[in-house]
Write a protein that binds this ligand. Structure first.
Ligand code: GAR
Length: 210
């Protein structure tokens, strides 16, 4: 059975979508472990409910990113996962960490990349007056939210929307597209080669599929 390690920092609704998809066999793998950089987040409760080993590695206990990432990598590697999934993991990654998992680490980012990398994406979309917003699943590279895009989903933004309205609309889409991309990866259909994403040996368009 292929193994996935999921890194989280918050509510873990994307983690839940992936756990559910493994349980329903949409994804032919198991979530072998969940690692959080924050104690007391709901994602840890979700792991517990699903009887998945969960670890807290609090970034506040470390003086450097390098040291922190080294400990996280050690913990991940104990499970020898086929795939590392970042699901609302709110840490900037060191180059060494990224290189260690090149081609086998995915992230979901709540914007239509390359628009709005970084934080506060929903607020920025609203403030810019965008009528369309969304989410992107991509391979992780050293550039923050800059790796090759695999799949995106769009949502409308309405004139009277606040951040929560947009965030919850985006999450609904994330719970659809993230498990699908994980399924493709686990089935061996998806890979990164020379900094590009390929599905069934076909190079994906620069914006991924939408
Ligand atoms: C998701 O919307 C995800 O795209 C975003 O955090 C939320 C986590 O929700 N990720 C980032 O902003 C990463 N930079 P969840 O904890 O309920 O899955």
């Amino acid at each position: 059975m292929k193994k996935i390690v999921v890194l989280v920092s918050g509510s873990g609704s994307n983690l839940q979508a992936i756990i559910d998809s493994c349980q329903s066999k949409l994804i032919d793998a198991q979530v072998a472990a969940v690692i959080s950089n924050k104690p007391d987040v709901f994602a840890l409760e979700r792991a517990k409910q699903a009887e998945i080993p969960a670890h807290v590695i609090n970034h506040k206990d470390f003086t450097s990113r390098e040291e922190f990432d080294e400990v996280v990598a050690k913990q991940i590697d104990q499970y020898q996962p086929d795939l590392v999934v970042l699901a609302g993991y709110m840490r900037i990654l060191t180059p060494k960490f990224v290189q260690h998992y090149t081609g086998k680490m995915l992230n979901i980012h709540p914007s239509l990349l390359p628009k709005y990398p970084g934080l506060h994406t929903h607020r920025r979309a609203i403030e810019a007056g965008d009528s369309e917003h969304g989410t992107s699943v991509h391979f992780v590279t050293e550039e923050l939210d800059g790796g090759p895009i695999i799949l995106q989903a769009k949502v409308p933004v309405f004139a009277d929307d606040n951040e929560e309205d947009v965030a919850s609309r985006v999450l609904v889409q994330e719970h659809q597209i993230y498990p699908l991309v994980v399924k493709w990866f686990i089935a061996g259909r998806l890979m990164m080669k020379d900094g590009q994403a390929y599905l069934d040996n076909e190079r994906l368009p620069a914006q991924g599929y939408c």
